[in-house]
Design a protein around this ligand. Sequence first.
Ligand code: DGT
Ligand code: CA
Ligand code: CA
Ligand code: ZN
Length: 591
Amino acid sequence: MITNAKLAALFERMAQLLEVLGENRFKVAAFQRAARTLDGMTDQAHDLVDPGNPGDPGKPVDLSNLTAIEGIGKGLAEKIVELVTTGELQEYADLMAKVPAGVVDLLDIPGLGPKTIALFWQKADIYSLDKLKAALEGDALVDLPGVGKKKLDNLRKSIAFAESSGGRVRLGQALPVAAWFVDTLGAMKQARQIDCAGSLRRGRETIGDIDIIVAATEKDAAAVSDAFVKLEPVTEVLVHGPTKSSVRTGGDAGGMQVDLRVIDPKNYGAALLYFTGSKEHNIRLRQCAIDRGLHLNEYGLTKQSDNKLVAGKTEADVYKALELAWIPPELREDRDELNLAGQDKLPKLIELAEIKAELHAHTAASDGHWSIRELAHAAAERGFHTVAVTDHSKSQAQANGLDAKRLRAHIKDIHKVRDEMKDTITILAGSEVDILADGSLDYDDDLLAELDIVVASPHAGLSQPPAKATARLIKAIENPYTNIIGHPTGRIINRREGLSPDMPAIIDAAKAHGKTLEINAHHLRLDLRDIHARMAIEAGVKLAINTDAHAQSNLDELIYGILTARRAGATKKDVVNCMTASALKKWLART
Ligand code: DGT
Ligand code: CA
Ligand code: CA
Ligand code: ZN
């Protein structure tokens, strides 16, 4: 099925291509608007397509369900129908054919827009990343209109940063692909058990490759492997054997390697343990086995004396035979988990279902795609008792941030819905207030005082030096109206480094002032990152886990924030979103 997200990505890409080609800006804007609308829609456009009339193929397709969507005219509706019914779009193929493939690659470089790409292509004959990198070795491009020294410096930095990701993909890209493979193969009757392993199971923010482990008997192994290498997203088969296969994916699951291992059911737990890693955790475990006169490998735990199998069917069996509690995958990084497991003192890690409040979300008042009511209903459907409406502040002009007057009107609107829905969910009137470059907040104190909750976040000035960043964030923490520091560094995974403040100093300040640091669950952010969240917990600082939802689909990203928090060793006591409604209310009144 073509999801709204796929349609939106395609229209966004078409807008970029049109811009590169210097086409009419109204046409560009129409594609951009359609992309935004589709991205924020609750219904799937796919379901609104008229299936046609097979008995009468000449009968025109009814577009009215699609054209009823704001921002979708007849032309765009026809394109959606073409995509949904044929899986392709001729106009997209035509546009792609007009632009060299290397130029399309340039669109993926962060901070490099279509207009500049067009300029480089037309005026400097640059139509690939290699050519761009060569040109950036000197300052030749500085003479092009609108291209200053600073812009070129930024471009050099962002190319270097993107390349330093070393082909690792974000957790948020890999997890849905892995889940699809697990579901699809798991449906085979030969697959007795199936799990993700590797860094994905450990919830790391980026993934080198996807590892999948499946249990099947020896006679069924080949059937599972054969099915795997023939699955639709597979574009290249790197290895194909009955017990180990490895493929590369294309299309929406673009450019990922997936390793599959087929394991005899009696060794399944040992294999899952081994291939979940981390490698460092495995090495510790093996030493632990040796100390007990045992031997551990991917087939099981055996006695050194007579090679007899002691454990192997489940992970818990193996840990138990080593006198350890079962260790959650997110903690298997060779920190202190073996010690804690030996003393049965592992933290009871937070779970998705323990989150009862969303404290950072946007509506159409700024750059969200939904109303206060829609947000509140979606939060209530997830079983939340509280939701905070936190639209952007005035400095975020490109995100339609609210000035004082609009915020006051917005607070009134929020209160209206709050009163209307008071039996369903508690709605807080808040704001995501910009932390300006000097650490002051984007609204005056008297206005901040009218809000129930303040999430203070850095958005601009993210390349300032560490000492400035530290002073900036500490000043925001000291502001008496601040409740939560939102995405404290502003980093974007694989794309933007963000601020590099002195984290221990930030954590000290948060502790001293009783303030909370956010793990922003958006798959591009995961900010605080795991190691910093761990430092915060160890210092006794509370965390918030928020989705920063701009639309319904963002709420599903909460899982990435949870995985990050689990890697930090967080329990529900460490996370303000797990508080009861009354405790949360008290907390907000106090801070
Ligand atoms: P990635 O894919 O780079 O994000 O990280 P992982 O942890 O998924 O690593 P990967 O895919 O190379 O291997 C999966 C697991 O298999 C790894 O976490 C631990 C285990 N493993 C792989 N190679 C070795 C090894 O040489 N020694 C040990 N002890 N374990 C290994
Ligand atoms: Ca892996
Ligand atoms: Ca692997
Ligand atoms: Zn936000």
